[in-house]
Design a protein around this ligand. Structure first.
Ligand code: SAM
Length: 390
């Protein structure tokens, strides 16, 4: 394993959006901010390609039409114009889709509902755009208000890839885990020890779990533990979602693409687990929060700071402060109070994601796995002898 600093810890938190990367070649450069309508249309087209690549033909179709409509200053632009300058483009596209999905879930767009499989619709493409456009025209200010809300996906499938990191820490230290998730959203993956996880003839976790990730590993890690022993769990997010409330469940469901039945099933299972397994998610920015959580490293547990698909939402200062707080705490770690940093983040312009682990004392870094954006197709890439604290 390489040393954390020489392996470029900051590089392991890239700021590039993979979804955007896929489409760049075909679509040409992003128009400048001085042409906000063209730029927004371009961003919707990028998101359309990403959704199609990631198994959502319905959202691919709707976003391509929305891009044309935006370019022609139609209802899509009327809804998005006020938001065009407020952040990442692919997040804006996903916020539009989540806003309209919420209308459907709340029975405020009955015509569009007949196309949305999440509420029993057909998933047919023919006619779907006309119904989507009609929803924008019927309630433009309602949609615009919902678009203003942050992107609040909590992808349960990522637990399968993260668990590979947690399993390595458990094996290397022999200690129960204290899980600290930054950018945790609703904290669903803080309960990953209550999920069934596996693939390639290997499985770990709760056999009776309503969350079935038992085919997420294409190439499993060597000898994972039968169960993860989690001593404590806590998270933070700028906008935490409470998965035990109706509002929280609605936010999370609206964020999952309407034609992705398997993701909806995973989310329903995770919401069921969340009702019986508590996990606090504090409202805080991760840089300040992690410093406070790591002030003491308790003896007898392995403290694991982790995140998935959060790095690209951070500005450089926040990212640097976070990395500095984790590294400084790592220098105080010893064998009775080890510290691990597990991250599942984009690693290329394609939709490839990687799972990396840094373990203190020692601070060695290893790449453990590659996976898809939703934790699917996880392929073990680690050293079969596993990392050891130095
Ligand atoms: C794409 S979501 C990923 C959520 C979750 N980690 C997952 O994999 O499903 C990114 C999350 O990062 C959170 N976030 C962004 N900046 C943050 C910050 N400075 N501090 C804490 N959370 C942050 C957002 O609110 C959002 O919930």
């Amino acid at each position: 394993m390489a040393d954390a600093s020489s392996a470029g810890m900051r590089d392991s938190m890239p700021s590039t959006s993979t979804a955007a990367g896929e489409a760049l070649d075909q679509l040409g450069p992003e128009p400048p901010a001085s042409r906000p309508r063209d730029r927004t249309a371009w961003q919707l087209r990028v998101a359309a390609r990403a959704c199609r690549t990631m198994g959502s033909p319905l959202y691919g179709h709707l976003l391509d039409h929305a891009a044309d409509d935006c370019a022609a200053a139609g209802p899509t632009w009327r809804v998005l114009a006020g938001h065009a300058a407020d952040g990442r483009g692919d997040a804006l596209a996903l916020r539009l889709m989540a806003a309209v999905h919420r209308l459907v879930l709340e029975r405020r767009a009955p015509r569009l509902a007949t196309f949305y499989p999440s509420v029993g619709g057909t998933g047919a493409l023919d006619g779907a755009w006309a119904a989507f456009r009609a929803a924008l025209v019927t309630d433009p200010s309602g949609v615009s208000e919902l678009v203003a809300r942050p992107c609040q996906t909590n992808e349960v499938g990522r637990a399968a890839a993260l668990a590979i990191g947690f399993a390595e820490v458990a094996k290397a230290t022999g200690l129960p885990l204290r899980l600290l998730e930054v950018g945790a959203s609703a904290g669903l993956n803080l309960r990953c020890d209550h999920y069934r996880i596996g693939g390639g003839g290997v499985a770990m976790g709760d056999e009776d779990s309503p969350v079935d990730l038992s085919s997420h590993w294409r190439t499993p890690p060597p000898a994972p533990p039968a169960r993860l022993d989690v001593a404590d769990r806590r998270g933070c997010d700028l906008h935490p979602v409470d998965p035990t409330t109706n509002e929280g469940r609605l936010i999370l469901t609206a964020s999952v693409w309407a034609d992705q039945a398997a993701r909806h099933a995973r989310l329903r299972g995770a919401l069921e687990v969340a009702r019986r397994v508590p996990a606090v998610v504090d409202r805080a920015s991760l840089d300040a929060w992690v410093g406070a959580q790591l002030r003491e490293l308790p003896a007898g547990v392995a403290t694991v700071v982790y995140h998935s698909v959060v790095a690209e939402y951070l500005d450089g200062r926040t990212r640097d402060r976070f990395v500095e707080a984790v590294t400084a705490a790592g220098e105080r770690a010893d064998r009775s109070r080890p510290l691990a940093w597990v991250r599942l983040e984009p690693i290329s312009q394609l939709r490839q994601h990687g799972v990396a682990l840094t373990l203190w004392p020692g601070g060695d870094t290893a790449t453990l796995a590659r996976c898809g954006a939703h934790g699917d197709d996880t392929v073990w890439q680690g050293d079969d002898n596993g990392p050891r604290p130095g």
